[in-house]
Design a protein around this ligand. Structure first.
Ligand SMILES: Nc1ncnc2c1ncn2[C@@H]1O[C@H](COP(=O)(O)OP(=O)(O)OP(=O)(O)O)[C@@H](O)[C@H]1O
Ligand SMILES: [Mg+2]
Length: 283
C-alpha cells in the first residue's frame, strides 16, 4: 500500500452533519440522467521523484469555480488544494453539496476554473453512480467497445482492448453475456471496463456503490483497487473515488475530506477515520 499523501489540511472548523454521511450509504437526491462515461484529453506532466518517476498524478492548487447564473450563481470550489499520488486509490468524502462531483469534473477537464490551477494526467475516464445510465448496449463486449467506436480502430484491436479491460475488472467470463442479466455491481464493473478500454491514466469514480448491495459494493471496490495496482511503479492508473460510505475507506491508499468547497483534510484512511470519529461519526 502506498504511503499517505502529505497533508493538505486547512484548519477549517469541522462541522458534522450526520444526515449527510453514514456508514450504510444514503438515499440519492433526485437527479437528471447521468451522462455516459467519457474520456477527456490533455495529458500533462507532474513533478518527478529522485528516480524520475512522476509522483503526483493530480495536483490541484487553489482551485476556484463559481457555477450558476445571475442571483443563483455561487462559488462551489473555494480554493481547493489536492495532490493525488500516481497509481493510488484516493477517496474523497464530504457532505452533500460540498463540491465533490464538481471537483471530479474539473479533474477530468470538463469544467474550466475561474482561478487556481489543475495539473492532471490524461486521458481520464469517468464512471458515475447509476450503471443503468452507462451500460446501454445489449452485450458486455459491445458495451465495453462502445466508447472505442469513435477511434475507428481495426476489429482485432478493439477485441483485444475489450478483453484486456474485462480482465482488469475480473469480468472476462461475462464477455458474451447480455448486460440486462448482470447484477448492479457487475454492470458497474462493465462500466469501469468501458472506461479502461480507452486506456485512461486517471479514473474518476463518482459514488459507484450507492445502489449496490454489500457483495457488489466490495466487488467493485476490489476491482478498482486491483486496477490501480496493476501498473508498473510510477505508471499505474490513478483512481479518485467519491463516496459517502465510510466502510470503503479500508480499500483506500489515501483519503481527503471536503467541506464547503475546500479540501479540509488529506491523509491516510486511518487518520481520516480518527478525524471522522472526532467529528461525531459512528464508524
Ligand atoms: N451547474 C450548476 N449550477 C449551479 N450550482 C451548481 C451546479 N452544479 C453544482 N452546483 C452546486 O454546487 C454545489 C456542489 O455540488 P456537487 O454536485 O459538486 O456536490 P457533491 O459534493 O458532489 O454533493 P453530493 O454528495 O450530493 O453528490 C451544490 O450546492 C450544487 O447545488
Ligand atoms: Mg456528487
Amino acid at each position: 500500500m502506498l504511503a499517505s499523501v502529505g497533508s493538505a489540511a486547512a484548519g477549517a472548523a469541522a462541522r458534522w452533519d450526520p444526515a449527510a454521511c453514514s456508514t450504510s450509504g444514503r438515499a440519492p437526491p433526485p437527479q437528471a440522467p447521468r451522462p455516459r462515461r467519457r474520456a477527456a484529453p490533455p495529458p500533462r506532466a507532474s513533478r518527478a521523484d529522485d528516480s524520475g518517476h512522476p509522483v503526483f498524478s493530480i495536483s490541484v492548487n487553489g482551485a476556484r469555480l463559481s457555477l450558476g447564473r445571475g442571483a443563483s450563481r455561487r462559488e462551489v470550489l473555494r480554493g481547493v488544494d489536492l495532490q493525488v499520488q500516481r497509481g493510488s486509490l484516493h477517496m474523497l468524502l464530504g457532505p452533500n453539496g460540498c463540491g465533490k462531483s464538481t471537483l471530479l469534473r474539473v479533474l477530468g477537464g470538463l469544467l474550466p476554473l475561474d482561478g487556481g490551477g489543475v495539473d492532471a494526467d490524461g486521458p481520464s475516464g469517468f464512471v458515475f453512480q447509476n450503471p443503468d445510465h452507462q451500460v446501454v448496449m445489449p452485450t458486455v463486449a459491445a458495451d465495453v467497445a462502445f466508447g472505442l467506436g469513435r477511434y475507428r480502430l481495426p476489429e482485432a484491436q478493439v477485441a483485444s482492448a475489450v478483453e484486456r479491460a474485462l480482465a482488469l475488472v475480473n469480468m472476462s467470463e461475462f464477455m458474451h453475456r447480455a448486460t440486462h442479466t448482470l447484477s448492479g455491481g457487475q454492470r458497474q464493473r462493465v462500466a469501469i471496463a468501458g472506461a479502461l478500454a480507452e486506456e485512461p491514466r486517471v479514473l474518476l469514480l463518482d459514488e459507484l456503490t450507492t445502489f449496490l448491495d454489500v457483495e457488489d459494493q466490495f466487488g467493485v471496490l476490489r476491482a478498482v483497487r486491483d486496477v490501480t495496482r496493476s501498473g508498473a511503479r510510477g505508471r499505474g492508473v490513478t483512481a479518485v473515488w467519491v463516496t459517502h460510505r465510510f466502510e470503503e475507506l479500508e480499500y483506500a491508499d489515501a483519503a481527503s475530506y471536503m467541506e464547503g468547497g475546500r479540501i479540509v483534510f488529506t491523509g491516510s484512511p486511518e487518520q481520516l477515520r480518527q478525524r471522522l470519529k472526532a467529528m461525531g461519526a459512528t464508524l
